[in-house]
Design a protein around this ligand. Sequence first.
Ligand code: ADP
Length: 530
Amino acid sequence: MVEDRPPGPILKPPVFHVDDTTPEVVQSVLLERGWDKFDKGEQNVEDWNLYWRTSSFRMTEHINVKPWQRLNHHPGTTQLTRQDHLARHLKHMKRMYGTPLYEFIPLTFIMPNDYNKFVAEYFREKHVLGAKHSYWICKPAELSHRRGIIIFSDIKGLLFDDTYIVQKYICNPLLVGRYKCDLRIYVCVTGFKPLTIYIYQEGLVRFATEKFDLSNLQNNYAHLTNSSINKSGVSYEKIKEVIGHGCKWTLSRFFSYLRSWDVDDLLLWQKITQVVILTVLAIAPLVPFAANCFELFGFDILIDDNLKPWLLEVNFSPALSIDCSADISVKRKLIHDTIELIYLQGLRNERTGCRDGAKGSHSVSLTKLDVGRFNKVCSALPCESLLQFTSRTFKDESAVKKAIKICPENKHASQPREMTSRKKDLLLSTREAPKTKPKLKGRRSPHKKIIPFMSLIQSRADKTSISPCVPLDNGKVPGLQAGNFVLIFPFNEATFGASRNGLNVRRIIQKLQKLKNKQHSHMLEMETKR
Ligand code: ADP
């Protein structure tokens, strides 16, 4: 029997495996961190530690993964990343839990099966709206990159073949300088059993490069925010009102812009975080167990002029190409932080239940080995977050206190920020969007991190009840933060408990609903105080 042991002498640098689809930035970050690239001619077939590729792995590759190896995809995640599957799962959740929590996906019909239902809804709405238009978008269920996307108001404009979805078009998007945008939010699920979700506090905002105009639905440069199209538009290079040159901002710039208009960016972030958890929950019980893998998702979120986040799509292997300065500042660090997240903390779904019977003790030594390697490899790197992680327990208060110190923005979580209705109107009306970049109010300096991890998804009013300092049973919890990744699930004692020994989705939904109610009453309280 072949013994499962890490290949080669312990101090050898870790080895990454690639194929033709592995993004350039992943390779260059790993080389920068001191990794070696796998070489078939020189290395044994199993002598690699991380295989990162764009397409998913076959089940046999998952089954044969060795304790020292990691794969960048988890089986079963296309259940989220195909638009028709996503719509189906979210609809099911809505039915099961009968909750308005799942009202974050625009009304969706899967074609051709739902054609009759769509036609009925189209005419029902037409009847209600009378002379007013209703707007729909028809897009391929998989891998569209704007291939064949149609926005229409008249059903005669609907054309599709193959599997398409028809969705309510969000026609009141939050505009920045009259341009539509959506957010690319990075989410790393380091394990589905038990469910462990991290959100990345930095991200990208993608802009349309022509002004939003509902009277011309054919203009992709005004209605679609994909950079792949906007890059080729004539307005890409122009300096545009408020957004400037190009078609991307970093998420921190966007949040800083919102804050300058007194928008409650923290509340918005909490809502986004809830959308992410609720979405992943929809498939978590269905994905098969697989050890030593993780998934980096790209959530596309559109914010409307009521500051409601809408989930448009979840991307498998989100684009990692570097096209502009926003990409440079976000994507390189994203990869560094992903490596830290999966290695320095160790994967939590290690070898339990794996086919060769290797148990916890083996995985502990593996984790130590990784940390040992990384201490050596990474000590020369400018990654300030490197020192922040250990495998903590919620009981380890000193670690938590230390983590709070590293996240000084946390104090903002308790500072109520209100949006005056005048400013709100200015910012949020699609017609009255501010024409120039507003001056910062100076009440809060723009900070690097968008949200303190301690706030997670609770409302400020609920702040004390959710702290990870709350003592739990002796169960280990994942690290709270790795670089810009923050743990968002499990987010408190109850959800920690409800995600061990099988996922108790109903209980988790109840907790999320409770938080949402508190958020809501807090908002009402703030409104009445004004
Ligand atoms: P792709 O795979 O091409 O990214 P998406 O579903 O993300 O496909 O759609 C492309 C773009 O179309 C989005 O980035 C967004 O700007 C716009 N879009 C998609 N769905 C909607 C919708 N329901 N309402 C408003 N805009 C939408």
